[in-house]
Design a protein around this ligand. Structure first.
Ligand code: NAD
Ligand code: GLY
Length: 359
Protein backbone atom coordinates (compact mmCIF):
# COMPACT_ATOMS: atom_id res chain seq x y z
CA UNK A 1 0.00 0.00 0.00
CA UNK A 2 1.17 3.54 -0.81
CA UNK A 3 0.39 6.51 1.41
CA UNK A 4 0.61 10.12 0.26
CA UNK A 5 0.06 13.06 2.56
CA UNK A 6 -1.77 16.18 1.40
CA UNK A 7 0.09 18.77 3.43
CA UNK A 8 -2.34 21.46 4.55
CA UNK A 9 -1.29 22.05 8.15
CA UNK A 10 -4.07 21.09 10.55
CA UNK A 11 -6.23 20.01 7.63
CA UNK A 12 -3.64 17.57 6.23
CA UNK A 13 -4.87 14.11 5.29
CA UNK A 14 -3.62 10.83 3.86
CA UNK A 15 -4.39 9.22 0.51
CA UNK A 16 -4.15 5.42 0.71
CA UNK A 17 -3.60 3.61 -2.60
CA UNK A 18 -3.59 -0.16 -3.02
CA UNK A 19 -5.35 -3.16 -4.54
CA UNK A 20 -7.16 -4.39 -1.44
CA UNK A 21 -7.91 -1.25 0.54
CA UNK A 22 -11.63 -2.03 0.86
CA UNK A 23 -10.81 -5.43 2.35
CA UNK A 24 -8.50 -3.85 4.92
CA UNK A 25 -10.82 -3.74 7.93
CA UNK A 26 -8.18 -2.35 10.25
CA UNK A 27 -7.37 0.56 7.92
CA UNK A 28 -11.04 1.44 7.37
CA UNK A 29 -11.84 1.18 11.10
CA UNK A 30 -9.02 3.63 11.80
CA UNK A 31 -10.52 6.23 9.44
CA UNK A 32 -14.02 6.08 10.90
CA UNK A 33 -13.78 8.35 13.88
CA UNK A 34 -17.51 8.82 14.53
CA UNK A 35 -20.33 6.68 15.89
CA UNK A 36 -22.77 8.22 13.37
CA UNK A 37 -21.96 7.45 9.74
CA UNK A 38 -23.84 8.07 6.50
CA UNK A 39 -22.61 6.37 3.33
CA UNK A 40 -23.64 8.10 0.10
CA UNK A 41 -23.38 6.17 -3.16
CA UNK A 42 -25.36 5.51 -6.35
CA UNK A 43 -27.38 2.65 -7.77
CA UNK A 44 -24.57 1.47 -10.10
CA UNK A 45 -21.91 1.31 -7.41
CA UNK A 46 -24.06 0.06 -4.51
CA UNK A 47 -24.54 -3.52 -5.81
CA UNK A 48 -20.80 -3.76 -6.53
CA UNK A 49 -19.03 -2.26 -3.52
CA UNK A 50 -21.42 -1.09 -0.81
CA UNK A 51 -21.26 -4.37 1.10
CA UNK A 52 -17.52 -4.13 1.63
CA UNK A 53 -17.99 -0.74 3.29
CA UNK A 54 -21.05 -1.62 5.34
CA UNK A 55 -19.25 -4.73 6.66
CA UNK A 56 -17.00 -2.32 8.53
CA UNK A 57 -19.84 -0.39 10.14
CA UNK A 58 -21.39 -3.08 12.38
CA UNK A 59 -22.14 -1.71 15.83
CA UNK A 60 -22.25 1.92 14.64
CA UNK A 61 -25.32 4.10 14.10
CA UNK A 62 -25.04 4.08 10.32
CA UNK A 63 -27.26 4.60 7.31
CA UNK A 64 -26.90 4.40 3.53
CA UNK A 65 -28.31 6.72 0.88
CA UNK A 66 -28.33 5.32 -2.67
CA UNK A 67 -28.91 8.02 -5.30
CA UNK A 68 -29.67 7.56 -9.00
CA UNK A 69 -26.63 7.55 -11.30
CA UNK A 70 -25.66 10.59 -13.38
CA UNK A 71 -24.24 14.11 -13.51
CA UNK A 72 -27.77 15.56 -13.30
CA UNK A 73 -27.98 14.26 -9.70
CA UNK A 74 -25.08 16.48 -8.65
CA UNK A 75 -27.83 18.89 -7.74
CA UNK A 76 -29.28 20.98 -4.93
CA UNK A 77 -32.17 18.55 -4.87
CA UNK A 78 -29.88 15.62 -3.99
CA UNK A 79 -27.96 17.89 -1.60
CA UNK A 80 -31.28 18.42 0.21
CA UNK A 81 -32.05 14.71 0.23
CA UNK A 82 -28.77 13.99 2.00
CA UNK A 83 -29.27 16.82 4.51
CA UNK A 84 -32.81 15.55 5.21
CA UNK A 85 -31.51 12.06 5.86
CA UNK A 86 -28.87 13.38 8.26
CA UNK A 87 -31.56 15.33 10.12
CA UNK A 88 -34.03 12.43 10.19
CA UNK A 89 -31.27 10.31 11.69
CA UNK A 90 -30.58 13.11 14.21
CA UNK A 91 -26.92 13.04 13.29
CA UNK A 92 -24.93 15.73 15.05
CA UNK A 93 -21.76 17.71 14.32
CA UNK A 94 -19.50 14.77 15.07
CA UNK A 95 -21.08 12.56 12.42
CA UNK A 96 -19.13 11.44 9.37
CA UNK A 97 -20.04 11.06 5.70
CA UNK A 98 -18.52 8.50 3.36
CA UNK A 99 -18.58 9.23 -0.38
CA UNK A 100 -18.46 5.92 -2.25
CA UNK A 101 -18.37 6.61 -5.98
CA UNK A 102 -16.97 8.70 -8.80
CA UNK A 103 -16.58 12.46 -9.00
CA UNK A 104 -20.33 13.07 -8.94
CA UNK A 105 -20.86 11.36 -5.58
CA UNK A 106 -17.58 12.75 -4.21
CA UNK A 107 -18.29 16.39 -5.15
CA UNK A 108 -21.88 16.22 -3.89
CA UNK A 109 -21.14 14.44 -0.61
CA UNK A 110 -18.16 16.71 0.04
CA UNK A 111 -20.35 19.77 -0.39
CA UNK A 112 -22.92 18.38 2.05
CA UNK A 113 -20.09 17.70 4.51
CA UNK A 114 -18.93 21.32 4.12
CA UNK A 115 -22.42 22.64 4.91
CA UNK A 116 -24.12 20.29 7.38
CA UNK A 117 -23.99 22.01 10.76
CA UNK A 118 -21.22 24.21 9.26
CA UNK A 119 -18.98 21.27 8.50
CA UNK A 120 -18.63 17.59 9.40
CA UNK A 121 -15.92 15.08 8.55
CA UNK A 122 -16.01 13.06 5.36
CA UNK A 123 -14.01 10.31 3.69
CA UNK A 124 -13.59 9.91 -0.04
CA UNK A 125 -13.70 6.37 -1.44
CA UNK A 126 -13.27 7.11 -5.16
CA UNK A 127 -14.34 4.35 -7.56
CA UNK A 128 -13.45 5.82 -10.97
CA UNK A 129 -9.94 6.45 -12.27
CA UNK A 130 -10.81 10.14 -12.65
CA UNK A 131 -11.90 10.36 -9.03
CA UNK A 132 -8.84 8.43 -7.78
CA UNK A 133 -6.35 10.68 -9.58
CA UNK A 134 -8.16 13.99 -9.40
CA UNK A 135 -11.58 14.80 -7.96
CA UNK A 136 -11.25 13.05 -4.57
CA UNK A 137 -8.07 14.98 -3.78
CA UNK A 138 -7.82 18.70 -3.12
CA UNK A 139 -11.16 19.63 -1.58
CA UNK A 140 -13.10 21.11 -4.49
CA UNK A 141 -16.70 20.23 -3.71
CA UNK A 142 -19.79 21.41 -5.57
CA UNK A 143 -23.21 20.85 -7.07
CA UNK A 144 -24.42 22.09 -10.45
CA UNK A 145 -26.94 24.88 -11.05
CA UNK A 146 -29.26 24.56 -14.08
CA UNK A 147 -27.38 27.55 -15.54
CA UNK A 148 -23.87 26.28 -14.91
CA UNK A 149 -21.69 23.39 -13.79
CA UNK A 150 -20.07 23.43 -10.32
CA UNK A 151 -21.56 26.87 -9.65
CA UNK A 152 -22.45 26.19 -6.00
CA UNK A 153 -19.63 24.79 -3.92
CA UNK A 154 -16.89 25.11 -1.35
CA UNK A 155 -13.26 24.24 -0.77
CA UNK A 156 -13.56 21.57 1.89
CA UNK A 157 -10.97 18.86 2.44
CA UNK A 158 -11.78 15.22 3.29
CA UNK A 159 -10.19 13.56 6.30
CA UNK A 160 -8.88 10.66 4.18
CA UNK A 161 -8.97 9.28 0.64
CA UNK A 162 -9.06 5.51 0.12
CA UNK A 163 -8.25 4.54 -3.48
CA UNK A 164 -8.66 0.81 -4.12
CA UNK A 165 -7.50 -0.15 -7.63
CA UNK A 166 -9.49 -3.40 -7.60
CA UNK A 167 -12.75 -1.44 -8.04
CA UNK A 168 -11.50 -0.15 -11.39
CA UNK A 169 -11.97 -3.63 -12.91
CA UNK A 170 -15.71 -2.93 -13.35
CA UNK A 171 -15.24 0.54 -14.85
CA UNK A 172 -16.40 0.86 -18.50
CA UNK A 173 -13.54 1.45 -21.01
CA UNK A 174 -14.65 4.96 -21.95
CA UNK A 175 -14.74 6.02 -18.28
CA UNK A 176 -11.26 4.57 -17.82
CA UNK A 177 -9.88 6.55 -20.78
CA UNK A 178 -11.57 9.70 -19.47
CA UNK A 179 -9.55 9.24 -16.27
CA UNK A 180 -6.37 8.82 -18.33
CA UNK A 181 -6.84 12.34 -19.72
CA UNK A 182 -6.38 13.77 -16.21
CA UNK A 183 -3.38 11.47 -15.67
CA UNK A 184 -1.69 12.67 -18.88
CA UNK A 185 -2.43 16.23 -17.72
CA UNK A 186 -0.05 15.88 -14.74
CA UNK A 187 2.76 14.77 -17.05
CA UNK A 188 2.13 17.66 -19.41
CA UNK A 189 1.88 20.46 -16.84
CA UNK A 190 4.65 19.55 -14.39
CA UNK A 191 6.10 16.04 -14.58
CA UNK A 192 8.02 15.26 -17.78
CA UNK A 193 9.51 12.05 -16.37
CA UNK A 194 6.00 10.73 -15.63
CA UNK A 195 4.91 11.76 -19.13
CA UNK A 196 7.74 9.69 -20.60
CA UNK A 197 6.80 6.79 -18.33
CA UNK A 198 3.24 7.04 -19.65
CA UNK A 199 4.50 6.92 -23.24
CA UNK A 200 6.35 3.69 -22.41
CA UNK A 201 3.55 2.11 -20.37
CA UNK A 202 0.22 3.32 -21.74
CA UNK A 203 -0.61 -0.06 -23.30
CA UNK A 204 -0.10 -1.82 -19.96
CA UNK A 205 -2.20 0.83 -18.28
CA UNK A 206 -5.05 0.45 -20.77
CA UNK A 207 -5.03 -3.26 -19.88
CA UNK A 208 -5.41 -2.13 -16.24
CA UNK A 209 -2.23 -3.83 -15.10
CA UNK A 210 -2.34 -3.43 -11.33
CA UNK A 211 1.28 -2.40 -10.82
CA UNK A 212 1.02 0.22 -13.55
CA UNK A 213 -2.26 1.46 -12.10
CA UNK A 214 -0.89 1.86 -8.59
CA UNK A 215 2.14 3.75 -9.89
CA UNK A 216 -0.10 5.98 -12.05
CA UNK A 217 -2.48 6.86 -9.22
CA UNK A 218 0.40 7.42 -6.81
CA UNK A 219 2.31 9.71 -9.18
CA UNK A 220 -0.88 11.61 -10.11
CA UNK A 221 -1.82 12.11 -6.45
CA UNK A 222 1.72 13.24 -5.56
CA UNK A 223 1.48 15.88 -8.28
CA UNK A 224 -1.99 16.97 -7.25
CA UNK A 225 -1.10 17.05 -3.54
CA UNK A 226 1.95 19.23 -4.24
CA UNK A 227 -0.07 21.73 -6.25
CA UNK A 228 -2.92 21.84 -3.72
CA UNK A 229 -0.47 22.31 -0.83
CA UNK A 230 0.99 25.33 -2.64
CA UNK A 231 -2.29 26.92 -3.70
CA UNK A 232 -5.35 25.37 -2.05
CA UNK A 233 -7.82 28.03 -3.25
CA UNK A 234 -6.55 28.46 -6.79
CA UNK A 235 -5.13 31.93 -6.68
CA UNK A 236 -2.17 30.86 -8.85
CA UNK A 237 -0.51 27.58 -9.76
CA UNK A 238 -3.60 25.40 -9.10
CA UNK A 239 -5.12 26.87 -12.26
CA UNK A 240 -2.59 24.82 -14.26
CA UNK A 241 -4.58 21.72 -13.24
CA UNK A 242 -7.15 23.06 -15.68
CA UNK A 243 -4.98 22.45 -18.77
CA UNK A 244 -7.38 21.70 -21.64
CA UNK A 245 -10.41 22.46 -19.50
CA UNK A 246 -11.36 25.82 -21.09
CA UNK A 247 -11.49 24.17 -24.52
CA UNK A 248 -13.05 21.07 -22.98
CA UNK A 249 -15.79 22.92 -21.10
CA UNK A 250 -16.68 24.81 -24.28
CA UNK A 251 -17.11 21.46 -26.06
CA UNK A 252 -19.13 20.00 -23.17
CA UNK A 253 -21.39 23.06 -23.01
CA UNK A 254 -21.87 22.95 -26.79
CA UNK A 255 -22.97 19.32 -26.48
CA UNK A 256 -25.24 20.09 -23.48
CA UNK A 257 -23.10 17.65 -21.49
CA UNK A 258 -24.23 14.76 -23.72
CA UNK A 259 -22.22 12.51 -26.08
CA UNK A 260 -18.79 13.15 -24.53
CA UNK A 261 -17.46 12.47 -21.04
CA UNK A 262 -15.65 15.27 -19.22
CA UNK A 263 -12.26 13.53 -19.58
CA UNK A 264 -12.80 13.04 -23.31
CA UNK A 265 -13.41 16.77 -23.73
CA UNK A 266 -10.35 17.53 -21.57
CA UNK A 267 -8.21 15.15 -23.67
CA UNK A 268 -9.13 16.95 -26.90
CA UNK A 269 -8.83 20.31 -25.09
CA UNK A 270 -5.25 19.53 -24.00
CA UNK A 271 -4.26 18.84 -27.59
CA UNK A 272 -5.90 22.13 -28.63
CA UNK A 273 -3.93 23.94 -25.92
CA UNK A 274 -0.75 22.31 -27.25
CA UNK A 275 -1.65 23.33 -30.82
CA UNK A 276 -2.24 26.95 -29.77
CA UNK A 277 1.06 26.90 -27.85
CA UNK A 278 2.77 25.76 -31.06
CA UNK A 279 1.12 28.56 -33.08
CA UNK A 280 2.46 31.05 -30.52
CA UNK A 281 5.98 29.66 -30.78
CA UNK A 282 6.00 28.09 -27.33
CA UNK A 283 6.05 24.45 -28.46
CA UNK A 284 7.44 22.50 -31.45
CA UNK A 285 5.11 20.76 -33.92
CA UNK A 286 6.92 17.51 -33.06
CA UNK A 287 5.90 17.92 -29.40
CA UNK A 288 2.27 18.47 -30.41
CA UNK A 289 2.41 15.30 -32.54
CA UNK A 290 3.90 13.42 -29.60
CA UNK A 291 0.98 14.49 -27.37
CA UNK A 292 -1.48 13.49 -30.08
CA UNK A 293 0.06 10.00 -30.32
CA UNK A 294 -0.30 9.45 -26.57
CA UNK A 295 -3.93 10.63 -26.54
CA UNK A 296 -4.77 8.29 -29.42
CA UNK A 297 -3.17 5.36 -27.57
CA UNK A 298 -5.19 6.32 -24.49
CA UNK A 299 -8.30 6.07 -26.70
CA UNK A 300 -9.22 9.72 -26.34
CA UNK A 301 -10.73 11.88 -29.11
CA UNK A 302 -8.44 14.28 -30.99
CA UNK A 303 -11.02 16.20 -33.03
CA UNK A 304 -13.90 18.33 -31.74
CA UNK A 305 -17.27 16.58 -31.85
CA UNK A 306 -18.96 17.18 -35.22
CA UNK A 307 -21.96 19.02 -33.71
CA UNK A 308 -19.83 21.98 -32.55
CA UNK A 309 -19.22 25.15 -34.59
CA UNK A 310 -16.46 27.80 -34.35
CA UNK A 311 -18.71 30.64 -33.11
CA UNK A 312 -20.16 28.41 -30.41
CA UNK A 313 -16.67 27.38 -29.22
CA UNK A 314 -15.50 31.01 -29.00
CA UNK A 315 -18.64 32.09 -27.13
CA UNK A 316 -18.58 29.17 -24.73
CA UNK A 317 -14.91 29.73 -23.93
CA UNK A 318 -15.58 33.32 -22.85
CA UNK A 319 -17.74 32.26 -19.88
CA UNK A 320 -14.90 30.18 -18.42
CA UNK A 321 -14.13 30.62 -14.70
CA UNK A 322 -10.59 31.70 -15.67
CA UNK A 323 -11.98 34.86 -17.31
CA UNK A 324 -11.02 37.94 -15.33
CA UNK A 325 -12.26 41.45 -16.20
CA UNK A 326 -13.26 40.21 -19.62
CA UNK A 327 -9.82 38.70 -20.33
CA UNK A 328 -9.67 34.95 -20.86
CA UNK A 329 -6.51 33.41 -19.40
CA UNK A 330 -5.50 30.08 -20.91
CA UNK A 331 -3.25 27.32 -19.63
CA UNK A 332 -0.71 26.65 -22.37
CA UNK A 333 2.48 24.60 -22.60
CA UNK A 334 6.00 25.93 -23.02
CA UNK A 335 7.41 22.39 -23.01
CA UNK A 336 6.25 18.88 -22.17
CA UNK A 337 6.19 19.09 -18.37
CA UNK A 338 5.91 22.90 -18.22
CA UNK A 339 2.63 24.85 -18.12
CA UNK A 340 2.13 28.58 -18.35
CA UNK A 341 -0.92 30.73 -17.55
CA UNK A 342 -1.31 33.47 -20.14
CA UNK A 343 -3.61 35.91 -21.88
CA UNK A 344 -0.83 36.63 -24.39
CA UNK A 345 -2.37 35.08 -27.51
CA UNK A 346 -4.20 36.51 -30.50
CA UNK A 347 -7.84 35.89 -31.43
CA UNK A 348 -6.49 34.84 -34.84
CA UNK A 349 -4.25 32.09 -33.43
CA UNK A 350 -7.12 30.88 -31.21
CA UNK A 351 -9.47 30.78 -34.22
CA UNK A 352 -6.88 28.88 -36.27
CA UNK A 353 -6.54 26.31 -33.52
CA UNK A 354 -10.30 25.79 -33.19
CA UNK A 355 -10.73 25.54 -36.97
CA UNK A 356 -7.92 22.98 -37.12
CA UNK A 357 -9.82 20.73 -34.70
CA UNK A 358 -13.31 21.09 -36.18
CA UNK A 359 -14.46 18.00 -38.12
P1 NAD B 1 -19.14 9.75 -12.34
O1 NAD B 1 -19.06 9.97 -10.91
O2 NAD B 1 -20.40 10.13 -13.05
O3 NAD B 1 -18.80 8.23 -12.67
C1 NAD B 1 -18.80 7.80 -14.01
C2 NAD B 1 -19.72 6.57 -14.20
O4 NAD B 1 -19.03 5.42 -13.72
C3 NAD B 1 -21.02 6.64 -13.46
O5 NAD B 1 -22.02 6.03 -14.23
C4 NAD B 1 -20.74 5.80 -12.22
O6 NAD B 1 -21.89 5.27 -11.62
C5 NAD B 1 -19.87 4.73 -12.79
N1 NAD B 1 -18.95 4.09 -11.86
C6 NAD B 1 -18.25 4.68 -10.86
N2 NAD B 1 -17.40 3.79 -10.32
C7 NAD B 1 -17.58 2.62 -10.97
C8 NAD B 1 -16.97 1.35 -10.88
N3 NAD B 1 -15.98 1.10 -10.04
N4 NAD B 1 -17.42 0.37 -11.70
C9 NAD B 1 -18.41 0.62 -12.62
N5 NAD B 1 -19.00 1.82 -12.78
C10 NAD B 1 -18.58 2.81 -11.96
O7 NAD B 1 -17.96 10.53 -13.13
P2 NAD B 1 -16.43 10.81 -12.80
O8 NAD B 1 -15.76 10.85 -14.11
O9 NAD B 1 -15.91 9.93 -11.73
O10 NAD B 1 -16.49 12.28 -12.20
C11 NAD B 1 -17.00 13.36 -12.94
C12 NAD B 1 -17.41 14.44 -11.97
O11 NAD B 1 -16.26 14.84 -11.23
C13 NAD B 1 -17.94 15.70 -12.64
O12 NAD B 1 -19.08 16.12 -11.96
C14 NAD B 1 -16.81 16.70 -12.50
O13 NAD B 1 -17.28 18.03 -12.41
C15 NAD B 1 -16.19 16.26 -11.20
N6 NAD B 1 -14.78 16.61 -11.05
C16 NAD B 1 -14.42 17.19 -9.88
C17 NAD B 1 -13.12 17.51 -9.67
C18 NAD B 1 -12.71 18.09 -8.35
O14 NAD B 1 -11.56 18.52 -8.20
N7 NAD B 1 -13.57 18.07 -7.36
C19 NAD B 1 -12.13 17.23 -10.62
C20 NAD B 1 -12.52 16.63 -11.82
C21 NAD B 1 -13.86 16.32 -12.01
N1 GLY C 1 -9.48 19.42 -10.89
C1 GLY C 1 -8.86 20.69 -10.77
C2 GLY C 1 -8.55 21.06 -9.36
O1 GLY C 1 -8.76 20.30 -8.46
O2 GLY C 1 -8.10 22.14 -9.12
Amino acid sequence: MKVIEVDLGKRSYPIYIGDSILADKELIDKQITSHQVLVVTNETIAPLYLKSIVNNLAGLDYDVLVLPDGESYKSLDCFNQIISRLMEKKFNRTCMLIALGGGVIGDLTGFVAACYQRGVKFIQIPTTLLAQVDSSVGGKTAVNHPLGKNMIGAFYQPSAVLADTSVLSSLPDREFSAGLAEVIKYGLIRDREFYEWLENNIDLLIQRDNKALIYTIERSCINKAEVVAQDERESGVRATLNLGHTFGHAIETGLSYKHWLHGEAVGCGMLMAADLSMRLGLLEQEQVDRIKRLLVRAKLPIKIHKDIKLKQMLENMKVDKKSRDGILYLILLSDIGQATITADYTEQALTETINHFLE
